[in-house]
Design a protein around this ligand. Structure first.
Ligand code: PXG
Length: 287
């Protein structure tokens, strides 16, 4: 197999030659935005949704992306093609670009655009059948007033600290609460509960990333006749929920059966959760 080809600023480089400057402010300051995107059956999944979120986040941090949205879409497609990938994972990164050793973003004349298309290591099927156990992290979510988590920025340290707590506990994900004590999201996934016919997830005002998977699952649930609500949740609501699950690009939709050592619902993947997973996988297959 030929070497993986990485897109940097309009050109493809073999992985071993794909390098950026040590003066790039993405590295020096975490100044930039990114997306994690899936490809299924040779198509970039939710391509427009990811591009729209990237450009909105870039706008918020006053970063001009040197490509039109259409050009970016074409670059994503090209990255799949060049790497002969049908199914995989695409990391799209836009940094402030090369500057000097000060914070001043005006010293960075041009943003750096990087696209890495790779194969993806899937979560074991067991997670989907048996469900995950989670803990609530002691590390709180970054307040929206500081750096709004709606921006998928290159500053993920806070989430990484919470992820370490999960790993320390032998788990793969942790729930992050906001500064009010309400549930925000997990380190790389959004969270949902189900009670009766109601699907409930924290609102954007809780300080979350508006997940592309989250939005699609809410749409599918409405289509299936469920009532969908965005409401602030306390840990109480999680502990007493009938069903719970996570959504994310990598995870797709994974049932949650234990939180902080407490059994959620029946302790098995919930029926409504399984139905939503089925609908989501059907949507992917027909995409
Ligand atoms: N919250 C956070 C903080 C995230 O980083 C999500 C929610 C889910 O959003 P999407 O749009 O993916 O439904 C994310 C996304 C990885 C990885 O490599 C993480 C994400 C996406 C892709 C890969 O761990 N996080």
């Amino acid at each position: 197999m030929s070497e993986q080809q990485i897109y940097i600023d309009g050109k493809f480089y073999p992985k071993s030659e794909a390098k950026i400057s040590v003066f790039d402010h993405g590295l020096l300051y975490g100044d930039g935005v990114f997306e994690g995107i899936r490809a299924y059956n040779g198509k970039v999944f939710l391509r427009q949704e990811h591009i729209d979120r990237l450009y909105e986040g870039a706008h918020f941090i006053r970063l001009k992306i040197p490509l039109s949205k259409a050009e970016m879409a074409a670059a994503l497609d090209e990255s799949l093609k060049v790497n002969n990938l049908e199914n995989g994972y695409i990391r799209l990164v836009v940094t402030r670009g090369v500057g000097d050793l000060g914070l001043d973003p005006n010293k960075c004349p041009k943003a750096t655009v990087i696209i890495i298309a790779a194969s993806i290591k899937l979560y074991p099927e067991e997670f989907y059948e048996k469900g995950l156990a989670l803990i609530t992290a002691a590390t709180p979510a970054v307040p929206a007033e500081a750096l709004n988590p709606r921006v998928k920025s290159l500053n993920y340290l806070n989430n990484i600290l919470a992820k370490m707590e999960a790993l320390e506990a032998g788990l793969v994900e942790a729930i992050m609460l906001n500064h009010m004590g309400y549930v925000a999201e997990c380190t790389g996934d959004n969270i949902f509960i189900i009670n009766g016919n109601r699907l409930i997830t924290p609102p954007v005002s809780a300080g979350i990333l508006l997940g592309c998977t989250r939005n699609k699952v809410m749409e599918l649930a409405r289509g299936a006749g469920m009532e969908v609500a965005e409401e602030n949740l306390q840990r109480y609501d999680l502990y007493c929920a009938q069903e719970c699950f996570l959504t994310g690009t990598a995870a797709e939709l994974i049932p949650v059966v234990k939180i902080d050592g407490r059994v959620i619902g029946t302790g098995k993947a919930g029926d409504k959760t399984k139905e939503l997973l089925r609908l989501f996988r059907k949507f992917i297959a027909e995409y």
